[in-house]
Design a protein around this ligand. Structure first.
Ligand code: HEC
Length: 178
């Protein structure tokens, strides 16, 4: 009997460990701890003022110097990912959420017939889209043309914008020389 002593003790410790572990598991199953998705306490003004003020201050890098070396094929792929959810690019393509973009470089703002443009874009209907205007618009639509209906966050990378614009130029018969 004595020789069973250590084994019993060992078994008891093991059992205790298993029970302890299981009770934690059962506890979690019963209680469903739920991590908060958002902080409960939001302190007004706690976010650094610099970050809120920054976007307005950042100048949009011009795209013209990058256009000569831009890659229209990369631009087409980017446009497929970034723009095609709202725009078509083929000649005579239908409007989606946004207007068809075939020939957009050099054509007037808000000039796809029948498309319901925002008043902000229609206000510029007498002006053709230049490279730099498209650049600024796709970098920061809402900042460049306040009131636009183009709900797109913007393409931050200047090289990517140059590639997209090179692609738009390649499908724009009346595009001016950059
Ligand atoms: C979420 C949908 C959406 C996405 C994504 C989007 N656009 Fe637009 N786009 C619009 C809408 C809507 C308009 C019309 C805006 C208005 O009327 O104010 C527009 C207008 C435009 C115009 C002006 C066309 C004209 O006829 O005057 C250009 C240029 C343009 N988009 C380029 C792009 C490019 C390039 C991308 C991708 C980098 C892109 N858009 C991504 C919805 C979108």
């Amino acid at each position: 009997m004595d020789s069973l002593g250590p084994t019993k003790i060992y078994a008891a410790i093991l059992t205790a460990g298993v029970v302890f572990g299981l009770s934690g598991l059962v506890g979690r199953l019963l209680v469903h701890p739920h991590k908060l998705d958002h902080p409960v306490l939001v302190i007004a003004g706690a976010s650094a003022p610099a970050t809120t003020a920054a976007p307005a201050a950042v100048a949009i890098e011009p795209v013209t110097p990058l256009l000569a070396a831009a890659n229209a094929q990369t631009g087409q792929q980017l446009a497929a990912r970034q723009c095609a959810s709202c725009h078509t690019f083929t000649e005579g393509g239908r409007a989606g959420v946004g207007p068809n973009l075939h020939g957009v470089v050099g054509r007037n703002h808000a000039s796809m017939p029948g498309f319901n443009y925002s008043p902000s874009l229609r206000a510029k209907a007498a002006e053709p889209w230049s490279y730099e205007e498209i650049n600024a618009f796709i970098a920061a639509p809402a900042r460049t043309i306040p009131g636009t209906r183009m709900a797109y966050a913007g393409l931050a990378n200047p090289q990517q914008r140059a590639d997209v614009i090179a692609y738009l130029r390649s499908i724009s018969p009346s595009a001016p020389a950059p």
